[in-house]
Design a protein around this ligand. Structure first.
Ligand code: GAL
Length: 354
């Protein structure tokens, strides 16, 4: 195992951005950049040992700065949407910057995905780590409290990316940290993901409106295209006459895991298999939900991916582990509040196989 550091580029503000490549076994390798604490490449072997890059992203730093897809980044303070960018906490009203129509998305104008994080590297025999950290000041994008965040990427077992999040605050605040990697297990440049087989251990999903803001209802997946509890191709029920899929233009929903007494280390919440290459992605998490997103907005011709590959809808999928979007505005939604003196922690594991 080893970590190789290189200069990736310089931001428009003159900050130098580095890339860090962690190498595991059988050619498995992960490249991260400190801009957005972003996953830039994941090279994974197929069943014949052939390697492919299974995540979307760009060759140029300026594309990470300018494009709007949050490719591979850590999003925060709050992943997904907050309706009208408003909430009330301990009797005080807060208004956030609205960057998605009239709503707040993925942390606002300059969210965590668009900042250069501090980096610490820890190499060890069987588990190399890159630890990114940042301090988000009180009032940042309208959020209360100074938030100190670390995101640790650990390459374990030679084929497993373990992402550990930690945060503390000096004043009560809200947060929803996630990673926004777009996966395509056949290779990011190989077409759509509709034939990928997906199992999702989720029995409910958060209903959203035409602006993708939660209505407040959490609906059962039973007898709907949202049910992935029995493995099926992502595209099998991709039926845009079904209202929730029609409104979102595909899958873009907070899927709620089946129970809360689950041991995140022992049983996976998602398993994805790409039949031709045999590559698999197994996901474990300590969080209660995942945003299953079939990349319905991924179609901006101005930002081709690595090697010049044109981005297209449904050519990747995201599994963004999370608390419920807009949760502070709905009774009974998962808890996104962090108080001074508490520590937020969560862990998500992406294990690759073939
Ligand atoms: C996803 C979100 C989508 C879209 C995307 C970024 O997390 O669910 O609706 O905003 O990020 O393009």
């Amino acid at each position: 195992m080893s970590i190789e550091t290189k200069v990736f580029g310089v931001t428009k503000n003159g900050e130098t951005v580095h890339s860090y490549t962690l190498t595991g076994k059988n050619g498995f390798a992960v490249t991260l950049i400190d801009f957005g604490a972003t996953v830039k490449n994941i090279i994974a072997p197929d069943r014949k040992g052939e390697l492919a890059d299974v995540v979307c992203g760009y060759d140029r730093l300026s594309d990470y700065e300018d494009a709007d897809g949050y490719q591979g980044a850590v999003v925060g303070r709050f992943g997904n949407r907050i309706g009208k960018g408003r909430f009330t906490l301990e009797g005080k009203d807060y208004t956030l910057y609205c960057n998605d129509n009239t709503n707040h998305l993925h942390g606002g104008r300059v969210g965590f995905s668009h900042r250069v994080w501090q980096t610490e590297i820890r190499e060890s025999g069987d588990a190399d780590r890159v630890i990114f950290s940042l301090v988000s000041p009180d009032g940042d994008e309208g959020y209360p409290g100074t938030l100190r965040v670390t995101v640790e990427y650990c390459l374990a077992d030679g084929c497993e990316l373990v992402i550990s999040y930690r945060a503390t605050t000096d004043k009560t605040t809200v947060l929803n940290l996630t990673n926004h990697t777009y996966f395509n297990l056949a290779g990011f440049d190989s077409g759509d993901v509709l034939e990928h087989m997906l199992y999702l251990d989720a029995d409910r999903f958060v209903e959203t409106d035409a602006e993708l803001i939660p209505t407040g209802r959490v609906l059962p997946v039973l007898d709907t295209p949202m049910d992935f509890r029995t493995t099926k191709p992502i595209g099998r029920d991709f039926d845009l006459t079904y209202e929730p899929l029609k409104l979102a233009g595909g899958y873009d929903h907070c899927m709620v895991f089946t129970d809360t007494l689950h041991d995140p280390i022992k049983s996976p919440r998602a398993i994805v298999t790409e039949p031709k290459s045999g590559r698999t992605l197994t996901m474990y998490t300590s969080l209660p939900c995942v945003q299953f997103y079939s990349a319905n907005f991924m179609s901006n011709p101005d930002f081709p991916f690595k090697g010049g590959y044109t981005q297209k809808k449904q050519h990747a999928f995201c599994l963004e582990t999370e608390n419920m979007p807009d949760s502070m505005n709905h009774e009974g939604f998962t808890d996104c509040v962090l108080k001074a003196g508490e520590e937020f922690t969560s862990v998500t594991v992406y294990r690759f196989g073939n």
